[in-house]
Design a protein. Structure first.
Length: 171
């Protein structure tokens, strides 16, 4: 620290010479210098202690800063991972929804095709029934015309067979 202390200054001795300095003034000066030196040493120790305390605080602040930077980086990474996971989840939900929509559309298209086929079958059935009814009506009209005709007493060819098939008595 210092090469000499305040006591060294206060106790310093000098040789006497003829016409030298006044020893009382020299001792007074040395005592004042020693007191000032003590004050300076005291201030130096206090300042050294303050510097050391500030260095400790600075190290602590730097450690905290480093921890905060690490925590912020970790939070940023976690937030990024959460965002990526949310994007993946959204893509999965969207794909699942699209698949369900496609299935529903396919089912609806199949149902429409089935209804169209059923409608076509019903129309064909109606046409057949209509034709059969016309044939039957025409046949029965012909039979009625023959039975209503008083001129013929003898049945025509095939009339007995038709009447027998229908369960009607032959004339």
């Amino acid at each position: 620290m210092f090469k000499f202390s305040a006591e060294d200054i206060a106790n310093q001795g000098f040789q006497s010479r003829f016409r030298g300095y006044d020893p009382d003034q020299v001792h007074e000066f040395l005592d004042g210098l020693a007191a000032a030196w003590r004050e300076m040493q005291k201030s130096y120790r206090e300042m050294s202690a303050q510097v050391e305390e500030q260095n400790r605080e600075l190290r602590e602040y730097r450690r905290r800063e480093k921890s905060l930077v690490q925590a912020l980086e970790m939070a940023r990474q976690v937030a990024e991972e959460i965002r990526h996971q949310a994007d993946r989840d959204a893509e999965l939900v969207l794909a699942d929804t699209e698949l369900k929509a496609e299935r529903m559309l396919a089912q609806a298209e199949n149902r429409v095709a089935a209804v169209r086929n059923e409608l076509f079958d019903l129309q064909q059935h109606r046409i057949r029934l209509h034709s059969e009814m016309r044939t039957l009506i025409s046949h029965y009209a012909g039979l009625m015309d023959r039975y209503d005709d008083p001129v013929t007493d003898e049945p025509e060819d095939g009339l007995e067979e038709t009447a027998a098939a229908e369960g009607a008595p032959a004339h």
